[in-house]
Design a binder for this molecule. Structure first.
Ligand code: ZN
Length: 480
């Protein structure tokens, strides 16, 4: 079983200065290695002899590039085997430390892991992801130790070449788990250490095969409510970044940044304020999503979601040029911007990945289905029509089936999974004998709720919160 724990570090002043300087050096090392690989790769296409402009030495293509995505250095091992780019650059670390002695202050494992990071970036590229990017201050914030180098003792952690450092021991490392890799990361609110723990004797919970799934729940993600479940329940959308209060605070803080003098100390402070708010929002969202995921996974053996393409949904509108004047016409982007922000704030993808994590841990399974027509199809007769849906209402134009649009979509999603994955579900009797819908339409009388509140207030012996209930009743006198 593999776990990953994150702790907040409490470095001393000199320790945080040291880590900061390590990050700067490692970043420039990473960028140099990347540039080196790009350069040597290009050299293989040069025909004949050429001279290097910088060193004005003559070079021949056959002596230059031997390995794909190569690196400058000896391409052969002592054993006669070929080196790959990563091992060439590993061997080059000796030269680097000789030429730039300040790199000696960095632990050699950390330097090697830095090259390994570039190897991973290249591996991802060959797997079809993007080409490795040059890093700047904002996207290069971490370094890594190899397994077995870092020691934990109470509230202290030993980091090689940095020393013993205090940390907030928020939860103990469970017995029997070995420390795999350790990553130190700088965030806006301080330094953090994330530890990967592994216990080989504990197997990972095996996901249930789809043939054994007894119950399933379909989820429809939305904005007015975050999730609608096929069992009729829903979960509210807290809008962590796009609620009125946060939007206002953010715009005030951003305005303060723009009014501060560029390059000044005050501007730095104002930027830090904006970053702090963003990290606060991220923390809240993270915690909220985790709670929701735990709640949803408890519902059934299989959790069914739509395979959404969020990136495609938030794409910008195409610019619309006016052929006569060469200027640009309105293309609806400014109207879409708010929607895009709401979609990104809802972070459905993050919720799905959290659900997947919790599901895997508890031996349940996450199923994805094609999102096509889930909100247009009638769950009663299967009729597909765009006109079926009128915002939140769903009325089938064929059979007259009436339902809440999103709940209906959730039911369709569940049904799709049953068909696509061949699930054999059993019927679960509902807890209440009365159908839920009937309760929904019953409007409780005011007198009843008032007496209920008074009663509960007296029983709990807490201070009764008066609210404005009395005043509200006065506003609407009985005579009218
Ligand atoms: Zn119908």
């Amino acid at each position: 079983m593999i776990l990953s724990y994150v702790y907040k570090l409490r470095p001393s002043g000199s320790q945080s200065v040291k880590m900061e300087s390590w990050l700067n050096m490692l970043r420039s090392h990473y960028n140099w290695c990347l540039a080196d690989r790009i350069e040597t790769y290009r050299q293989q296409f040069i025909q004949g002899a050429y001279c290097n402009l910088r060193t004005s030495s003559e070079a021949y293509p056959l002596t230059c590039c031997i390995v794909k995505n190569g690196a400058t250095g000896n391409p052969w091992q002592n054993s006669g085997k070929k080196r790959n780019a990563g091992t060439i650059q590993d061997a080059g670390l000796v030269d680097l430390k000789a030429a730039r002695p300040w790199y000696k202050s960095i632990d050699s494992d950390v330097l090697q892991r830095n090259i390994a990071r570039l190897n991973t970036a290249y591996k991802n590229f060959f797997d079809g992801r993007g080409f490795p990017a040059f890093k700047n201050r904002s996207n290069f914030r971490s370094f890594e130790y190899k397994p077995g180098r870092v020691k934990f003792k109470g509230v202290l952690v030993y980091l090689p070449k940095i020393g013993w450092m205090r940390f907030f021991n928020s939860r103990p490392i469970p017995d029997g788990f070995a420390i795999r890799s350790v990553t130190i990361r700088r965030r806006t609110d301080g330094w953090f250490i994330s530890v990967r723990l592994e216990d080989k004797s504990v197997p990972m919970a095996t996901p249930r095969p789809t043939s054994e799934v007894k119950t399933a729940v379909g989820l429809d993600m939305g904005l007015t409510r975050l999730v609608h479940c096929s069992d009729g329940s829903d979960i509210p959308n807290p809008r962590f970044a796009t609620n009125q209060k946060t939007k206002r605070t953010l715009s005030i803080r951003q305005r303060r940044v723009s009014r501060a003098k560029k390059g000044g100390h005050n501007r730095k402070k104002r930027v830090a304020e904006v970053a702090k708010l963003h990290s606060k929002i991220a923390n809240r969202r993270n915690a909220g999503r985790r709670q929701v995921a735990n709640k949803l996974v408890k519902k059934a053996d299989a959790i069914v979601v739509e395979d959404l393409n969020v990136q495609g949904m938030v794409r910008r509108c195409k610019p619309k040029p006016d052929e006569g004047t060469g200027r640009f016409l309105a293309n609806g982007q400014s109207a879409k911007r708010g929607l895009n922000r709401s979609i990104l704030d809802a972070s459905w993808g993050e919720l799905i990945s959290k659900i997947q994590y919790v599901a895997e841990k508890s031996g349940k399974v996450l199923l994805k289905v094609d999102p096509r027509n889930t909100s247009r199809e009638c769950s009663a007769c299967g009729h597909i029509d765009k006109a079926n849906r009128d915002r939140e209402r769903f009325i089938c134009t064929e059979c007259g089936h009436f339902d809440h649009a999103d709940k209906q979509a959730a039911r369709n999603i569940k049904h799709k999974a049953v068909v696509e994955y061949g699930l054999k579900l059993i019927k679960v009797p509902t807890d209440c004998g009365k159908p839920k819908q009937l309760c929904l339409f019953e409007t409780p009388s005011t007198e009843l709720t008032v007496s209920k509140r008074r009663k509960s207030g007296a029983q709990s012996s807490k201070r009764r919160v008066p609210g404005n209930l009395g005043r509200q009743l006065e506003l609407f006198p009985q005579g009218i």
